[in-house]
Design a protein around this ligand. Structure first.
Ligand code: 4NP
Length: 155
């Protein structure tokens, strides 16, 4: 299984999902290749935002650097999870029609979806926004792992 998390800059939300889901899969010994990317390339090469790292002190962000979504990602990944509707729409615009089934919102795996549908962009806000981002993503990542394990059993 290969999962790609996508936000706008790939420095706040999707690196948080990348780091949290990577740790969860490692803890539960679930084999999964995980990466993250941005629909924008404007932060390419940058490490995650220090505010994201501060909001998830028990999680390692080692080796995570911003990179843009690439055309081949739609082929290479099984599941491509957008943080919000703008980024989902942009992915849908770029993705070949026969691969559109791979595109989803991360919060589809949150128990309170669709009351919580989008992970809000925290970039221009304060620390509380980053805390909310971490919470939404951590809960959705637990749901995602339960779902992937169940899907594996029925294979
Ligand atoms: P992200 O947050 O999409 O969660 O990485 C953002 C990072 C940078 C910008 C916007 C959102 N920006 O406008 O530079």
């Amino acid at each position: 299984m290969k999962v790609l998390f996508v936000c706008l800059g790939n420095i706040c939300r999707s690196p948080t999902a990348h780091a949290i889901f990577r740790q969860l899969c490692a803890e539960q010994k679930f084999p999964c290749e995980i990466e993250s990317a941005g629909t924008s390339a404007s932060h390419k090469g940058e490490a995650p935002d220090p505010r994201s790292i501060k909001a998830a002190p028990d999680v390692s962000f080692k080796g995570i650097y911003s990179r843009p979504v690439l055309p081949n990602d739609f082929v290479d990944y099984d599941l491509i999870l957008a943080m919000d509707l703008d980024n989902l729409q942009e992915l849908k615009r770029r993705c070949p029609s026969e691969l559109q089934h791979k595109l989803h919102l991360l919060l589809e795996f949150h128990p309170k979806y669709p009351d919580f549908r989008e992970v809000p962009d925290p970039y221009y806000g304060g620390a509380r926004g980053f805390e909310l981002v971490r919470q939404l993503i951590a809960t959705a990542c637990e749901g995602l792992l339960v779902n992937l394990k169940a899907a594996n059993l029925t294979k």
